[in-house]
Design a protein around this ligand. Structure first.
Ligand SMILES: CSC[C@H]1O[C@@H](n2cnc3c(O)ncnc32)[C@H](O)[C@@H]1O
Ligand SMILES: [Zn+2]
Length: 444
């Protein structure tokens, strides 16, 4: 930090989980100034060092980095509950894609993204990695809300609300990258939807575009067994192998889902340095499979945790997702260490930050990092008595216990209430959309 940074306030709590280094610090505080963490240390020392800074006491709370949602389709919050209990391709082809074709446009995306941001912020998510149409409308919602996001420029090779085919989508992406480039708290990716919806030439172009702008690729890969089987019968290769032969796979590639990996696939993922996004609840609900996160860890493959969209999850609750991830891995393998609590929490914070284009700037509470931070109130029957705050956070705390949320040092949730957001107005807009969508759905 520069010598001149002025400490504006100090957050003080009985427990602080910095993520890096591992462990729990007791009676520590964070000094914040100009949107960054300027100091971190025992409260007695911070009091002496910054006698005139505003002191914010959080007497029953644990402070930790804001959670990072490594994969979502924020605007799909408006399609929550529209089609449940279906496998992926039936869900997409018979319900979601027709609904998106009818309703998606900039207004839909702006309202849906605002609704998703409201839900995510209240639940302790300070950054999300999005893949959806009209990212410029999502960007507007991000800027006005104060949250942080990586927004994907979608590439898909069929007619959608926003483009005719993959070539058209790529041309649009190229222009939009420049439009969104300098917006605050926004980074971007190129997001080819999936191996089965984007042809080789467009994947090569997507990679070239990403490279030329220093962006990462964000793609659904090996989500279901059917995806892999279809690719094998149509093309003779597994999708990952095809992506590798096209030169796409490296540390700037975020592969989402990855529930279907052989030993050879896992070796390739590790060799190429891919980053993965684990979305256990969406994978369960769509019956897609269960990712082998123990093998990911055994090979040192970095990963984050994502909710996927609210139309397949059906919530954007990263605390719930964390718990599902930690429990599911143990049940899958009969191994209680398949995903330990502290590892799951690291994936939902630092792992997500690294996977979604934010490098080392967020995801842990360390001096010099951006001040994205949350307080969870442990004075609740669900989290008492207390032996280990990390255990409480992963195995029993609910998102309603998130009391305060700061992004870039700005307080966006104060004692469980949004500071910037107009909830009655937003709820009315979301309900207007729901009436329209339900009316059409009844006609169909
Ligand atoms: C091209 S914008 C994103 C596109 O993806 C669809 N989608 C949502 N969830 C999933 C999923 O789990 N697998 C594949 N595709 C998904 C969404 O409806 C949009 O059309
Ligand atoms: Zn998805």
């Amino acid at each position: 930090m520069s010598e001149k940074t002025v400490v504006e306030y100090v957050l003080a709590a009985p427990w602080l989980v910095p993520i890096r280094p591992h462990g729990v610090l007791e009676q520590h505080g964070l000094a914040i100034g100009q949107g960054r963490i300027c100091d971190l240390g025992p409260q007695v020392e911070l009091r002496a060092r910054y006698p005139s800074a505003r002191w914010i006491d959080l007497p029953h709370h644990v402070l930790l980095p804001g959670l990072v949602n490594s994969h979502t389709h924020a605007a799909m919050s408006l399609l929550r509950g529209l089609a449940d209990d279906l496998p992926l391709m039936t869900w997409l082809e018979q319900h979601i894609w027709p609904a998106e074709g009818r309703f998606v446009g900039p207004e839909f995306v702006a309202t849906g993204t605002r609704l998703a941001i409201a839900e995510m912020l209240r639940g302790g998510t300070t950054c999300f990695n999005d893949m959806y149409f009209y990212p410029e409308a999502a960007a507007q919602a991000v800027v006005e809300s104060g949250i942080r996001a990586s927004l994907g420029q979608v590439v898909i090779d069929f007619p959608t609300a926003q483009s005719r085919d993959a070539g058209d989508a790529l041309r649009r992406a190229e222009m939009q990258i420049l439009q969104l480039r300098d917006l605050p708290r926004i980074r971007q990716s190129i997001a080819p939807h999936a191996p089965y919806t984007v042809p080789d030439h467009a994947l090569r172009e997507a990679k070239a575009l990403a490279r030329s702008h220093g962006l990462f690729l964000h793609m659904h890969v090996h989500e279901t067994a059917q995806e892999v089987e279809n690719a094998l019968s149509q093309d003779g290769r597994r999708p990952l192998q095809r992506l590798d032969e096209l030169g796409l796979l490296d540390e700037h590639f975020l592969a989402v889902h990855m529930t279907q990996l052989t030993t050879e696939d896992l070796d390739l993922v590790a060799q190429r340095g891919l980053r993965l996004a684990h979305c256990p609840e969406s994978n369960l609900k769509l019956g897609s499979g269960i990712a082998d996160v123990a093998q990911w860890q055994a090979r040192g493959i970095p990963f984050g945790i994502g909710t996927d969209g609210a139309a397949s999850n059906n919530d954007l609750d990263l605390f719930g997702e964390l718990r599902t991830a930690a429990l599911l891995a143990k049940g899958r393998d009969g191994d209680t260490m398949a995903l330990a609590a502290a590892v799951a929490l690291e994936a939902a914070t630092l792992g997500g930050a690294m996977a979604c284009g934010w490098g080392d700037s967020i995801g842990s509470l360390e001096i010099g990092k951006l001040a994205d931070c949350i307080a969870v109130d442990l004075d609740h029957p669900a989290t008492q008595p207390l032996y280990d705050p990390i255990s409480q956070l992963v195995y029993c705390a609910g998102r309603d216990q998130v009391s305060h949320v700061w992004v870039n040092g700005e307080l966006l949730v104060n004692e469980g209430r949004w500071t910037r957001l107009d909830w009655p107005g937003l709820r009315a807009q979301a309900q207007t959309w729901a009436r329209r969508i339900a009316a059409k759905d009844r006609q169909a």
